[in-house]
Structure formats: C-alpha cells, structure tokens
Design a protein around this ligand. Structure first.
Ligand SMILES: Cc1cc2nc3c(=O)[nH]c(=O)nc-3n(C[C@H](O)[C@H](O)[C@H](O)COP(=O)(O)OP(=O)(O)OC[C@H]3O[C@@H](n4cnc5c(N)ncnc54)[C@H](O)[C@@H]3O)c2cc1C
Length: 295
C-alpha cells in the first residue's frame, strides 16, 4: 500500500488527482478501524495531517468556515457560540481520545447515516455548504445534496473536502441522541433542531433512522406555518402541547429506519418523536428568554 504525505493543500489535490483511489486519512478514527478489521484495503493512503490549514476555522460574523480536520474537541471548546448545535453534537462523539482526533470532514467523508455531525449540519440551514476541491477547481455542495446513499456522498473520486461553511446561529439550536449507553456509543437515533428567527425558518436533521441523514421537511413546514401564522416569532408565546405533539409526529413520519443490532425501527421512530418534542421545547424556551432579554 502506498503512503502519500502531501505537505500542502495543492500537493494533496495533485496526489488525489494522480491516485483517485487513494483513501484520505484525517483523524483516522474511522479509517484505522476499517484497515485493522480488513474492511478495506486501499491502493494508497493519502495522509492529510501535514496540511495544517485543514485544522483552522474562521468566522466573518455571518458564516463559520470550518476546516475539514478541525477536531471535535476544538468545536466544543471554541465554537459553541456561533455553532451551538454542532458543538452539542461534537460533545457526544466517542470519547475524549476520539474527539481529539475525529473531525467533521471525516464524518462527511464516511457519510454514515449514524454520524453525529450530520443532523446538526442539516438543522443549521440550507445554506450549509461543503467545500469540495480538486485540481479542476472548487465547488460548493449544499448539505442537502451531499448525502446520496448509505455511506455514500457526492464527492468525485479526485475531490477532497477542504472546509464546511455553516451560517452563524441567530437562534437557539439543539442536538439530542439516543444510545445504548451514555458514552462511546453510535447513535440508535439522533435529532438536530434549530430556530432561525432571521429568516423565519426552522431546521431539522434526523440521524441513524434512514439510509442517509435527512431533514423532516413536513415537520419544518408545519412549524414554520404555525410560528408565522400565530405571530409567535414576535411574541415568543407558548406553542401549546398540540403543536409540539404534531411536530413530533411529523418528525417520526419522516424517518425510514431499519431493525438492527442497536434498535428496532419501531423504537427508533418512537424515540425520534420524543427527541423532536424535547428539542423543540428546549429551543423554544431558550428563544423566549432570548427575545425577552432583548426587549
Ligand atoms: C471508538 C469510536 C467511537 C466513535 N464514536 C462516534 C460517535 O459517537 N459519533 C460519530 O459520529 N462517530 C463516531 N466514531 C466515528 C469517527 O470518529 C467519526 O466518523 C469521525 O468524524 C471521523 O473523523 P476522522 O477525522 O477521524 O476521519 P478519518 O477516519 O480520517 O476518515 C473518515 C472518512 O472520511 C474520509 N475523509 C477524511 N478526510 C477527508 C477529506 N478532507 N476529504 C475527503 N474525504 C475525507 C476518509 O477517507 C474516510 O473515508 C467513532 C469511532 C471510534 C473508533
């Protein structure tokens, strides 16, 4: 197996163009497990760890540009203000050792339906863009178009993920996950939720309950209609139990889970409705405080 170790981003792109089957290696928390268990035997490994720009992030006030290899620990430590949903998700990943190495770029590269970054990225809004680059240039892939099948994403063979562009939160966000124990656990199901008062929209993301991470589109549209129709964005008034219940039911209906070793499809649907109701209630309470304190 060849081991490619570019020192710069341009060298990395050239190496990927010359070896399209080379497997990128970032934190290695998925890749090394797969190699050790002989799940795959790539012709070459493309180690990105010398490309230091991948571990940087910037914030222009509207958008955070998160380098593909920024580890989860730094997302929780440094970005819980602008990216609260992703920071909460990052906090639930693996163990401290995994959070010191694992990255959102690696989560996107693997595109597992159980990846914890995905529900938070989907909920953060339709303007979340994955920066995919090759020697041919850079393209921005909307997060909704990124996941194309079970553990498959829309990257071309010569492309690498450079960064993810995520709008700075303008309202409360939440992430909640059910596991078979409290830590070091792959999600049985997960749910990300965000309020976007600036655009009068809400965002959802379902994890581990469909072939790909996905939104609950009807639930989003229902809630947006209620919030706008009843003037709730302005008043921050109570949602009412019926609205919360209906939102949970629509999230549940958007899932397409399977039975597997971690849980049954029925349990996943039930748990998702609970997570949806809880995260909506938490964020709405936080939003009430936010606009109350601003008034
Ligand atoms: C003990 C343990 C616990 C875990 N717990 C969780 C958990 O709770 N939640 C969770 O979501 N995940 C978990 N994982 C899985 C893993 O940590 C995450 O998926 C993590 O985000 C992978 O990031 P990484 O940088 O280590 O990726 P790597 O292992 O380096 O790469 C993962 C995939 O992405 C590709 N890739 C990496 N970088 C790029 C790039 N720049 N461009 C294109 N492709 C790229 C690789 O080729 C590979 O296919 C766990 C893993 C272990 C071993």
């Amino acid at each position: 197996m060849e081991f490619l170790r570019p020192a710069t981003w341009d060298e990395a792109l050239a190496a990927k163009a010359g070896h399209p089957t080379a497997l990128p290696l970032s934190g290695g928390t998925d890749v090394m497990v797969e190699l050790n268990f002989d799940v795959r035997r790539p012709s070459a490994l493309l180690d990105l760890n010398r490309v230091t720009e991948l571990t940087t992030w910037s914030n222009d006030g509207d958008v955070v540009r998160l380098g593909a290899a920024v580890p989860y620990r730094r997302i929780t430590d440094e970005l819980s203000g602008p990216l609260p949903g992703l920071a909460l998700a990052a906090r639930t990943v693996g163990s401290p050792q995994i959070r010191n190495r694992g990255s959102v770029g690696g989560n996107l590269g693997g595109a597992s339906p159980a990846g914890d970054a995905h529900p938070a990225l989907l909920a953060a809004g339709r303007d979340v863009l994955v920066e995919a680059a090759s020697v041919r240039g850079t393209r921005l892939i909307p997060i909704d178009e990124f996941y194309v099948g079970v553990k498959r994403n829309s990257l071309e063979p010569d492309e690498l993920i450079r960064a993810v562009r995520i709008p700075v939160a303008d309202g409360p966000q939440q992430f909640s996950k059910v596991g078979t124990r409290n830590a070091m656990v792959i999600a049985v199901c997960a749910f990300g939720f965000a309020l976007h008062p600036g655009s009068g929209t809400v965002g959802t993301g379902i994890g581990s309950a469909a072939p790909t991470p996905r939104r609950a589109v009807e639930a989003e549209e229902y809630l947006q209609g209620v919030l706008a129709g009843r003037g709730l964005w302005e008043s921050g008034g109570p949602l009412g139990a019926g609205v919360v219940q209906r939102f949970g039911e629509l999230v549940k209906a958007a899932a397409a889970p399977i039975d597997d070793v971690r849980g049954t499809a029925d349990y996943r649907r039930h748990a998702l409705a609970v997570l949806a109701r809880r995260t909506l209630t938490w964020t709405w309470n936080d939003y009430g405080k936010q606009i109350g304190s601003a008034a």
